[in-house]
Design a protein around this ligand. Structure first.
Ligand SMILES: NC(=O)c1ccc[n+]([C@@H]2O[C@H](COP(=O)([O-])OP(=O)(O)OC[C@H]3O[C@@H](n4cnc5c(N)ncnc54)[C@H](OP(=O)(O)O)[C@@H]3O)[C@@H](O)[C@H]2O)c1
Length: 276
């Protein structure tokens, strides 16, 4: 598996998403994923599973330092002081002394970005996180955050799949040396898999539509993806994307599905997204 060099961070191109995975199931699946070759796990304070993720890390047969672990602070906890406390609580639940990447989960409309970015930098200075970054930041806010930050931001984690055009965000990330980490990379495993561009390409390579979609993600410069599955076979399937390569035409045919223009994660607290 290749890694994305992102302003000092070295992010494995496929990670395990853990939203909705809880308790013993999360422990088992995190350990299973690492044993299958995953070296990147994504959690968040909001997922209420950090204790289980930490236990899964310890249950796997790989030293902690070989796994790139991301957690996130929720948007209501972005004030100076609250953000650092959220990081401390996450580490205590995870049972580790630092994460590899600490992200602002969503921007806040109420808390000054400058204060949050100062607090985010302090988390890094105190050694609680090796790298810092953001999630769900449209381009204008991303550039503002980068200017405010003393340390470079390693990534912007955003919704990205073939049904959503993220050209603007990806361009901004590349300009600033950041990775773009795709969440909902499989569009939650739905009708997207039935598109002819997926089915035909999958048949051509003897792969599944999910593997074709994940290959499309990681074949783009600077893009990593964090698919989630509660199914051990699919967890193994989703990392099996480094033994084939899509042609330029196949990449373009999949990218053309962006005309569907469908976003899954959009809430009343969402920022103003970039125009497609
Ligand atoms: N920063 C943010 O605001 C944000 C927002 C959303 C998500 N995330 C992160 O991104 C991760 C991934 O996003 P997501 O969980 O929303 O969506 P996703 O990874 O696109 O899709 C997960 C769904 O796809 C199914 N699936 C997985 N592998 C499959 C395969 N090989 N074949 C068929 N179906 C498959 C899973 O079902 P089974 O469980 O039955 O396999 C599950 O229902 C999250 O877990 C979380 O860590 C971050």
């Amino acid at each position: 598996m290749h890694r994305i060099a992102a302003n000092g961070a070295n992010i494995p191109a496929i990670g395990l998403g853990t939203w909705t995975l809880k308790n013993e199931q999360a422990v088992q699946l995190v350990a299973h994923a690492i044993d299958c070759g995953y070296r990147h796990i994504d959690t968040a304070a909001m997922y209420d599973n950090e204790a289980a993720v930490g236990e899964g890390l310890r249950a796997a047969s790989v030293p902690r330092d070989e796994v790139f672990l991301t957690t996130k602070v929720w948007y209501t906890d972005l004030a100076d002081g609250d953000l650092q406390r959220s990081a401390e609580t996450s580490l205590s639940k995870l049972g580790i002394d630092h994460v590899d990447l600490f992200l602002i989960h969503w921007p806040s409309k109420d808390i000054a970005l400058a204060d949050s970015i100062t607090a985010l930098n302090e988390v890094c200075e105190r050694g609680l996180a090796r790298n810092i970054g953001v999630s769900n930041f449209p381009t204008a806010l991303l550039r503002e955050a980068a200017v405010l930050s003393d340390r470079p931001l390693a990534c912007n984690q955003v919704e990205y799949h073939p049904f959503l055009d993220q050209t603007a965000v990806l361009g901004a990330c590349r300009d600033m040396g950041m990775a773009m980490v795709s969440y909902c990379p499989l569009f939650r495993g739905s009708e997207m898999f039935a598109q002819p561009a997926m089915v035909e390409t999958a048949e051509r390579y003897g792969k599944t539509p999910a593997q074709v979609v994940l290959r499309w993600h990681v074949q783009q410069d600077g893009v990593a993806a964090i698919p989630r599955s509660s199914n051990p076979q699919r967890i193994a399937e989703n990392i099996g994307v480094f033994d084939f390569e899509l042609s330029e035409d196949e990449m373009m045919a999949i990218s053309a599905l962006r005309s569907h223009s469908q976003r899954i994660c959009d809430f009343e607290f969402s920022p103003q997204w970039d125009a497609a």
